[in-house]
Design a protein around this ligand. Sequence first.
Ligand SMILES: Cc1ncc(COP(=O)(O)O)c(C=O)c1O
Length: 414
Amino acid sequence: MLDLRTAYLAPEPPDAIELRAFTHGLMPRTVPAMMQRFVADWQRHGVDAWNRVPNHWGPDPDAPVGWWTLPVYLGDHFIAPLLGAPPGTCVMQPNVHWTLQCLLSAPEPFAAGAEVILTDDAFPSVRHSVQQWASLVGLRPRTVPAGPDGFVDRKAVLAAIGPETALVVLSHVGFTTGELLPEAFLRAVADRVHRHGGLLVVDGYHATGSYPVRVDAIGADVYVGGLLKEASGSSGNAFVYLRPGLRLKPRLTGWFGEADPFAFAPTPRPHPDVRRRFLGGTTAVAPLYHAVEGVRVLLAAGLDAVRADSLAKTDRAIACLEAAGLRLRSPREAERRSAMIVLEVPAADRLCAVLKQQHIYTDSRQGRYLRLAPFVWNSPDEVERACRAISEAVATGRYLHLPADALPAPGPVT
Ligand SMILES: Cc1ncc(COP(=O)(O)O)c(C=O)c1O
């Protein structure tokens, strides 16, 4: 198994076990130095930093880069390899919400049809955006409910696609279920929606960094995601991939996406490079300094190795926790399992709080689901220790009876 712990800064205290990669990955060791470089570049180069700064990112340190070009530079050199995409297709974005709003503001996808097919595991940044634009420009959202097992009803998704379908928007990994949609299914969706002239949009936030995504094999026209989770970025580190040849003119393009921004033309003229049209106003460059430090670690280890390691660690955790009486709620088969596993256990929120007191960081949902993701920074020994602690807590049942004030209070983020 992989143990890349030394590539990351250990959380406090030193014996802590961080199992919440699905919320925010550990900080890569190189992040503080990158942030120092931002400060130094700003101080030394001032306005000229927009044109050129030393290339701290690589892979070719002599390749020119400045704050103006950084969103596409990182897109080409780090996001594209992460997604198996060619250069020229990816650009950094502030968040998925912005990308969806921008995409939905483009008239081209809706020339023939107005239907947007979603599943009920769509993240609010997707789901709410579609609803907001629906009333504005007359889209028709159609949500395909989950099947009786709580997972995406794949047959129903395929059956829903027709001549009126403009977009099908699917989560590569369900954020509540941990279900990974297999490549062959996504390909079948892409083929069907393309036959009707529509587009496949994939929200890959929870697949990014833990799974070797292949956008061409999926047939995705648009693939959005962020680096906050397994890829250990932070806020402002989202991205979009746009299939080569996709012609879109988002109405939300800002002046950073203008063909000739410093002409300050009275009317908008979109940049010839379509991905640049997904830029709005002035890019927040500070978060881009550390954006790809985690990606660098994962690409060096190899995404196939990262995926194999994640499966081995979740295999181990599932075996141990099922033996302790917890019930697996996320998919078991490797081809549908993501980095996150979800287990059903009574009073999962209390169990999670008790584990936190022991510096074992998991999370809970709806008081009955415990979520964890042993990842590359967790040693096999940490996985064993965490599983043992959970098994012991469940065996004694003491956590069920602790008074509420004996447990750490949860914050607004869970
Ligand atoms: C599936 C999915 N999409 C998107 C996001 C984040 O969206 P945004 O970048 O708009 O905050 C998350 C965050 O957890 C997510 O789970």
